[in-house]
Every structure is written in C-alpha cells, then in structure tokens.
Design a protein around this ligand. Structure first.
Ligand code: UD1
Length: 431
C-alpha cells in the first residue's frame, strides 16, 4: 500500500503551478456528453476522480480521446448505454452529474448511488426534487438513481439548502428543457460558473450563474466547442496553508486570486503576508501566527474543503481558535490523527473544534480519512522535525495531481513509498 513519508522542518519556498479545478472539471466532463459534436476540454487535472469519470463516460459509448495529459476530446454522438455503474464510479460523488446530462439529452439515465469522501451523510434529495420539478420521474431503485421523462419542462425551483451538486445537475438538465427554468438559492461556487460557461459555449442560454438566482432558457440542442477549466482554488489554498504552516515563502501560480479571497483574508488576519498578482498569490510567513475563528459556509464564505488545512495551521498558531463546520456534519474525523501528532483540539457537538495552539507538532504514523483531511495531515508532517508517515494516500490522489512532486519542488522532503526498505532508504538519505 502506498504511503507518504515526510521529514519536515524545512520551510516551503519557491513557486508552484496549480492545475485545473477537479470539481469544475467533473461537471464539465459530464456536460460535454450533451452535444452530438466534439467537445474538447483542456486544463483537466490528471487525478483519479477525473480519470474514473472519463472511463465511465467511455462506457456509455461516447467517444473519449485523451489528446494529452490534461486534455480530452469527448463526442456524445455515439452514446448507446444510459446506465452508469461500475465499482469505481460508486466511490465517486460526482458520478451523479451524468444524471442531469443524460436526462436532459435523452430523457433517461441510471447512475449508481454515489459515494465520495465519507464526510457525513450526503443526501441527494435536492437533486431529485429538481428533476421532479422539471417533470421527470426520479427514484432510487436497487442501489441506482433512475430518472426518466418524456419531456422536460422549465420550472421555478427553490432549493432548500445551497447545494453545488444539485445546482449543477439541474442546470444541465434544464439547459435542454422546454421553456424557462429559474433556480433560486443556487450555489455560487466558481465551479458552478465554470459549468455554466461551458454550457453557454455549447449553445445553452444560462444567465446569473455566480449569483443565487440562475435563469436557464432551454434550447433544442447543444453543439461542440473547446473549453479550458478554471484553476483549482482548493489545490491553491492547500499550498497557501502549507506555506503558512512551514513559515515559508511560496508563490502559487495560475490561480484566480478573487476565488481565494476568503483564505487570503484569514491568512492576513492571523499574521501572514499575502501578495496578490493578476494570476498568482505569494504567501510569506516569518513568525508564529495567531488565533482566529473560522466558520465554513457556501461560497464566497470559507470553503469546507479548506477546513482541515486551516485547522492544522491554527493547531500551530498562538492562542485558542474556534472552527465551526457548517456544511458537512462529519468533517472532523482527522482531529484524532492531528492530536496523535501533538495537537490540542477538542471537538464539541460534532461540528465545533476548539483548537488550543501548540508550539510544535511531532511526527507520527497517521491515516488519511478523506481527501482534504489527508492533505492537512501532510501539511502537519511538513512542520515537524521528525518523520511522519501518512497512510491511505489513495484518498489524496483523488484530488491532487503529483502532490508529493509539487511539495518536493518547494523543498519539502516527502516521498511515496510502498515498502519498509523504501522507508529506510528515505531515512538514510535524510541522514
Ligand atoms: C461539492 C464538492 C465538495 C464540497 C461541497 C461543498 C464536488 C464534486 N464536490 O460537493 O468537494 O465539499 O461541494 O462545497 O464538487 N445536501 C442535501 N441534499 C442534497 C444535496 C446536498 O442535504 O440533495 C447537503 C449536503 O449533505 C451538505 C450540503 O448540502 O451538507 C452541501 O452539499 P453540496 O454543496 O451538494 O456538496 P456536493 O455537491 O456533494
């Protein structure tokens, strides 16, 4: 089983280039099957979730051509199979985007009930509610979500909570429905805007993405296009936190600084210097940082996907910080692992972490419970003078391309290892 071994203590210094946004790319790839012409998507991250979705799209009969590591050409003209079900896709939450895409185009789809990171119960009621409002029958049968409609008709839909997935899914189906759909209380995340921009480039008529009211005028069909995915704000944020935690100086390149504002302002609040450029941010941290309170919220609030990395940073900051997780109910499972590394954090009521900052963490053997928490444990390891081993890195590889390589490029000592011999070799090399 692959693990990371880390010998921390070095400040991360230098430049790192951020890849395309995984969560935007998942919606974009699903949407690209909605045309009967070629849709070429560039700036795809080469991560497991994307590769699994591309494989699933291929299994529908669509033509999928990997033109380069970060570029794929998809043509939905040859789709014959509207059932998406394999052992990998079940592990991935975003597989449900195939529902909205294929329901919109063919009036039928069946997708295995999604998995994804185990960060709390992740219902799909808002997706089903939206499909039904458009006139579809939507039900869960034998582990599959089945949606079906003779005709989809535009509707006025008010989401009960802000859901990125439901907003994107219903937006896709409504793009090919008859008449106008209005989505209220829609998610405003940059990836919602990115999927809307792709659909518009394919001939859809979607206005208001990025605000909480999205208006979609259904069109007859969509056409081919070429599109480039936006940079990944969470990958960027993770490197910003790693720079801050290791008292480093890192320029994070190929980002949209506007998408990082909630992180930039928290970092400045606790004493970090953050310089914004047109398409880069530089994070400079020279001293021990101080405490603050953080509450996760839908965009433009502080992202839940950055909560573990921020909590790790606060675990090393002076004073007591309070971190409130308000998006998912079970996202503090990694705290036990951080405490094993010497952090002093108590979780109260399941969604509030009281973080008493300590001066240093110590190396330990820890296990990544999910994607972002896994990245947070790597950051923790990079701050200690000892060796840290992070297990279950398959979770981290779902969403970070060449994570170890990018950290090495900043002077961090980290390596993927599989055997005790490789661990010993790494330790020898570190002296
Ligand atoms: C997406 C991201 C995930 C991120 C999350 C919040 C992808 C592939 N994943 O997940 O990384 O953490 O947004 O920014 O883009 N909910 C319901 N019913 C529904 C749908 C959602 O109750 O039908 C609840 C969820 O349980 C959660 C909250 O709404 O508590 C937000 O979930 P949502 O925005 O839908 O997250 P995802 O789209 O699954």
């Amino acid at each position: 089983m692959e693990q990371y071994i880390i010998k921390g203590g070095n400040p991360l210094v230098g430049e790192v280039t951020i890849g395309g946004a995984k969560n935007a790319a998942l919606g974009i790839l699903a949407a690209s099957v909605m045309a009967d012409e070629a849709v070429t998507i560039d700036n795809l991250p080469d991560v497991r979730d994307i590769n699994v979705l591309l494989e699933a799209i291929g299994q529908t009969g669509a033509m999928v051509e990997r033109k380069a590591r970060h570029c794929a050409k998809i043509n939905g003209k040859t789709i014959t199979n509207l059932v998406v079900d394999n052992s990998y896709i079940k592990k991935m939450r975003a597989s449900y985007y195939m529902l909205g895409a294929m329901l919109g185009k063919y009036g039928h789809a069946q997708v295995a009930l999604p998995g994804g990171c185990n960060i709390g119960s992740r219902p799909i009621d808002q997706h089903l509610k939206g499909f039904r409002a458009l006139g579809a029958i939507a039900e869960v049968k034998g582990g599959m979500i089945v949606v079906e409609a003779k005709e989809l008709t535009g509707a006025h839909i008010f989401f009960d909570m802000v859901s990125v997935g439901a907003t994107i899914n219903i937006m896709m189906a409504a793009a090919l429905a008859k008449g106008r759909t209005i989505l209220e209380n829609a998610a405003k995340e940059p990836h919602v805007v990115d999927v809307a921009n792709l659909l518009n480039a394919m001939g859809a008529s979607i206005k208001g993405a990025g605000t909480d009211v999205i208006r979609i005028d259904g069109v007859e069909k969509l056409h081919g296009t070429e599109y480039t995915v936006i940079p990944d704000q969470i990958e960027a944020g993770t490197f910003m936190m790693a720079a801050a935690a290791t008292k480093g100086d890192v320029t994070v390149k190929n980002v949209i600084p506007k998408h990082l504002e909630s992180l930039t302002s928290k970092l400045r609040e606790i004493g970090c210097e953050v310089v914004e450029f047109d398409d880069a941010v530089r994070v400079i941290s020279k001293k021990r940082l101080t405490h603050t309170n953080v509450k996760t919220l839908p965009y433009p609030g502080f992202p839940t996907d950055m909560q573990p990395q921020m909590t790790t940073l606060l675990a090393l900051s002076e004073g007591t910080s309070i971190v409130t997780e308000s998006v998912f109910e079970n996202r503090f499972k990694y705290i036990d692992e951080l405490n094993r590394m010497g952090a002093d954090i108590k979780v109260e009521g399941g969604n509030v972490a009281i973080v008493n900052g300590v001066e240093n963490l110590t190396g330990a053997c820890v296990s990544a419970p999910d994607l972002r928490a896994g990245a947070a444990l790597v950051i923790a390891g990079l701050t200690t003078e000892d060796y840290t081993i992070v297990d279950e890195i398959k979770y981290i590889e779902r969403g970070y391309e060449d994570f170890a390589g990018k950290i090495q490029g900043l002077g961090g000592n980290i390596q993927v290892v599989e055997t005790e011999k490789e661990i010993q070799k790494f330790k020898l090399r570190m002296g």
